[in-house]
Design a protein around this ligand. Structure first.
Ligand code: CA
Length: 233
């Protein structure tokens, strides 16, 4: 989830639309107050900040986010209107991860967001090398997977698929998305490959631990997801 603070409604809505089209779920806020409230409830994966904002400006928001332990490590991109503002952001070294001068193109915004998300995802993965979902667990550093304590014999792709689903539990992935991320191909004709692998993966999970295969759920019309509650939600 991306949070975006921008007081100009047109820019905000256009950017949110573009980011959503690119598969990046984004919530917009016209000012700091509702944004901080939302952060209190849920810390986002990435924050986009305009600088000129009513009452509390973007640089002040940035500083507060960095001081607060919960948000200290969240990647932040500043969207700056003027050259002098860019100087401020970089000169003050207030802790932004990236900055993008206005007016910016939507493709540029999307690719910068993706880059920041990838970068922070990598660091998260490093710090936690074990992921669990119900009776299933994977050890990323050892490249091993278990169900009910029984070690699974998985192929490289099966492991990659399980890992992908485990890393983002609750999120439904389309077959083409899984193909792209696990198989590294965009060829749509191969989506059946995903189904076959899910089938064998479920069987291996169930063989190791009865019912473990149910944690990989089929999402009708979308694809698959891993869910810690097998009843769905
Ligand atoms: Ca503004």
């Amino acid at each position: 989830m991306i949070y975006y603070v921008e007081d100009e409604t047109n820019i905000r809505e256009l950017a949110i639309y573009a980011l959503k089209q690119a598969g990046l779920e984004t919530k917009g806020f016209p000012s700091a107050e509702p944004f901080f409230e939302a952060c209190h409830e849920k810390v986002p994966d990435l924050i986009l900040l305009d600088i000129m904002l009513p009452r509390i400006d973007g640089l002040t928001i940035l500083r507060r986010l960095r001081e607060e332990p919960r948000t200290a490590d969240v990647p932040i991109m500043m969207l700056t209107a003027k050259g002098s503002e860019i100087d401020k952001v970089t000169g003050l070294d207030a802790g932004a991860d990236d900055y993008l001068p206005k007016p910016f193109g939507m493709m540029e915004l999307i690719s910068r967001c993706n880059a920041l998300l990838r970068r922070s995802h990598r660091t998260t993965q490093k710090s936690t090398d074990r992921i669990t979902c119900g009776p299933i667990s994977i050890d990323l550093s050892a490249h091993e997977a278990y169900a009910g304590g029984v070690k699974l014999e998985l192929t490289l792709k099966e492991f990659g698929l399980l890992r992908k689903l485990m890393e983002d539990q609750g999120r439904a992935f389309s077959r083409s998305q899984l193909l792209r991320d696990v198989w590294d191909t965009d060829f749509m004709g191969e989506t059946r490959t995903v189904d076959t692998h899910v089938l064998t993966l479920r069987k291996k999970l169930n063989d190791a631990c009865d019912g473990a295969g149910e944690y990989i759920q089929t999402v009708r019309g979308v694809g698959y997801r891993m869910h810690p509650d097998t009843q769905g939600n």
